[in-house]
Design a protein around this ligand. Structure first.
Ligand code: PSU
Ligand code: MN
Length: 304
């Protein structure tokens, strides 16, 4: 199994020195944001993690290997290339076997992080149960992964392109705790709140890391969602974003978008319809999650 893993020098040295490592996904770079903001953001997020005492490990599939930590050139390549496959759980083996470029989703990044012994993973938003899933059965593989893989995902909740209520129900069935950082309600990515309560509220990093440690000490397999609201000053107006999302969903339906294209299509549409404002919000919230994720990783490492 280890023969598939290639650690960057920074990650290797970090692990040897017992430093906390924070995983980062690459789908957000290749399919979630446009160039050059994607690469710029990826670099800044890595630096924020270093500044907060942890080591960043951006994960991707390159030339038959799972890269744990990308070089600057690789980040640039994932940001620029148009031939990068979106890699979720089902895609990993084929992309590795055929030596193609794969940008890992939340699900795939969790798998690779666990293989590399990394427990904390920072991203923007997780996939979930799509609206209308009762007929389309479109449910992100991210949720099943959270059910079975021991990695905590720090995110800004989930976008309301999804059915947030059903997403929470699914996570509840699978026993995945959803912890709100300094909030009682599930943040909805672009906005700080939604009408849904989180399972638990944690006002400090210690509570979160101790909860994670306890979960895994008890061998309760699976991850956790740490939901961190977008900073107030970057949040979007709820009415604006709701209308935009309704339009994007309608267009996706009219154009018969399906399968793994759905999420990237909706993300690109939302960005287009908000004249880039949603991108600014997206960048701000990922950076905010990077600070929290690094702090949790540092605390968790101190308990080893
Ligand atoms: N949500 C976002 N931005 C993203 C994604 C989701 O706000 O970039 C990406 C993540 O990589 C996530 C994936 O794991 O989309 C989910 O895709 P799907 O719904 O096809 O499982
Ligand atoms: Mn899907």
């Amino acid at each position: 199994m280890k023969e598939y893993l290639v650690l960057s020098e920074e990650v290797k040295v970090g692990q040897e020195q017992g430093k906390p490592i924070v995983a980062l996904e690459s789908t957000i770079i290749s399919h979630g944001m446009p160039y050059p903001q994607n690469v710029q953001t990826a670099r800044e997020v890595e630096q924020i993690i270093r500044d907060n005492g942890a080591v960043p490990a951006t994960i991707a599939i390159v030339d038959g290997k799972i890269k744990i930590g990308l070089s600057d050139e690789e980040l640039e390549m994932f940001g620029k290339s148009t031939n990068v496959a979106k890699a979720s759980r089902r895609d990993l083996a084929y992309l590795l076997a055929t030596k193609q470029l794969g940008a890992t989703t939340v699900a795939a990044t969790m798998i690779c992080a666990e293989l590399a012994g990394i427990e904390i993973f920072v991203t923007g938003g997780i996939g979930g149960v799509h609206r209308g899933a009762e007929t389309t059965m479109d449910i992100s593989a991210d949720l099943e992964e959270l059910a079975q893989t021991n990695v905590a995902v720090i995110c800004a909740g989930a976008k309301s392109i999804l059915d947030l209520g059903l997403t929470l129900e699914y996570l509840e069935t699978k026993g995945v705790p959803v912890i709100g950082y300094q909030t009682d309600v599930l943040p909805a990515f672009y906005t700080r709140s939604s009408k849904f309560a989180v399972n638990f509220r944690a006002d400090d990093v210690e509570t979160i890391s101790q909860t994670l440690k306890t979960k895994w000490d008890l061998q309760l397999k699976g991850g956790a969602v740490i939901a961190n609201p977008i900073p107030e000053e970057h949040a979007m107006e709820e009415k604006v974003i709701t209308e935009v999302i309704e339009t994007a969903l309608k267009e996706a339906e009219e154009q018969h978008i399906s399968g793994k294209e759905v999420t990237p299509f909706l993300l690109a549409k939302v960005k287009e319809l908000t004249a880039g404002k949603s991108l600014d919000a997206n960048i701000a919230l990922v950076k905010n999650n990077a600070v929290l994720g690094a702090q949790i990783a540092v605390k968790l490492q101190a308990k080893k």
